[in-house]
Design a binder for this molecule. Sequence first.
Ligand code: SAM
Ligand code: SF4
Length: 448
Amino acid sequence: MEPKRAAVITYGCQMNKYESERIAGILVGLGYEITSQTHGADLILLNTCSIRDKAEQKVYSQLGQLKWLKRDNPDLIIGVCGCVAQQEGDRILQRVPQADLVFGPQNIPKLPALLAQVQTRRHQFSDLADNPLWDEQLFPMCRENPFQAWVTVMQGCDKFCTFCVVPYTRGREQSRPTAAITHEVQALAEQGYKEVTLLGQNIDSYGKRSPEGKDLADLLEMLHPIDGLERIRFITSHPRDFSEKLMRTVGTLEKVCEYVHLPVQSGSSAVLKRMHRGYTRDDYAFQVERLRALVPDVALSTDLIVGFPGESDDDFAQTLQLVEAVEFDSMYLFKYSPRPGTRAATFDDQVPDAVKSERFNTLIEVQEAIQLRRNRARIGRCEEVLVEGPSKKGSVQLTGRTRQNRPVNFVGHPSLTGSLVTVCIEKGGTHSLEGKVCTDRSDRGGED
Ligand code: SAM
Ligand code: SF4
């Protein structure tokens, strides 16, 4: 008998990608073969994102297309999980009759029971219950990449920024015990993983309420000695919680990469206040100054929202000034999208779309010029690169990332995939670097 096939379609952030790998691991354990094709699949799970309206609309449009597959194969099971599932709940089942099952991010461990229930009952249902206990059962993850792994260290968020759905869809902060994380990373290193990225919506507050009394800096210290592990990254940091202790730890521990994602959201203190971010523009600038002093050659990326309710021309000018002063190495830029249930969605002075687009384009132009300048400044350096595989540019080109998370393309044999090489940088573009493999290992680590 042919094995049943399951397709897991992922939208949104790294947390969702991690959770899809976890879902795929559970499905493999249930005897499913994982496929990237929805055609011919026996089970299709959409792991969704609701951070912006566009992301949510994509899910509904994909569900609409799946209607035809269900018509051809009435035994097909269609499930919706992730943040749209948690937020929309039974509304999805009402709006999309072809969906069988809706479950929230906290209910992934229950997937075997949920699928059994679909198969026996064959009518639509949802499970959105809060599952406050962290489930420490380690499912056999089905990871996409054999040398870089995501590891969730905490879930949820307590911050309630006025624009954001995360605290509503993912609940309050919960940290995993250090022993469980260490055990998982140890096992990954034994399997040959070279790099781990620790994940949390607000990772700098790792351990805040945990009885162990260990914070993120302590956790990094615990993971650092693991044999075989070469690189440790962590995302996402919060400007309010990035402590000096953590900065010193990042600056001291060799395996912790010099890369920090520190979302600023706006350069205007007035807007930051309405966003409920808990810091001012000057606080942010102070954090960046301190970070650059304590972590030499650190690369800094950020998230920024344009068109938050009430954002004036002057507020936007302050954002432009901050971006020019800080000189981020990369930026994720978003147009504000009102989300149901969030405070900002009820604010007066929503900014017209045309203004959002204009500000978006202006900021992108400014940022691209900065990025080009900063990438060109890497020319002549030799950088440690973890090779990810063939680049999209052609078969002789490989691609990988530097410790500062810059993509680098270079000529090399595919057998280098998964290894650390030193690449001498010869060219810097807006979004990536180019270079050639350096055979002199003494150059590893860069030169000024
Ligand atoms: N926890 C992170 C932080 O505090 O910055 C960010 C998490 S969120 C998943 C990723 C990014 O999406 C945010 O930093 C923000 O820039 C953007 N975002 C969240 N809600 C948004 C909204 N309603 N409209 C536009 N962008 C939004
Ligand atoms: Fe959302 Fe703010 Fe929490 Fe980040 S810190 S996940 S933006 S509420």
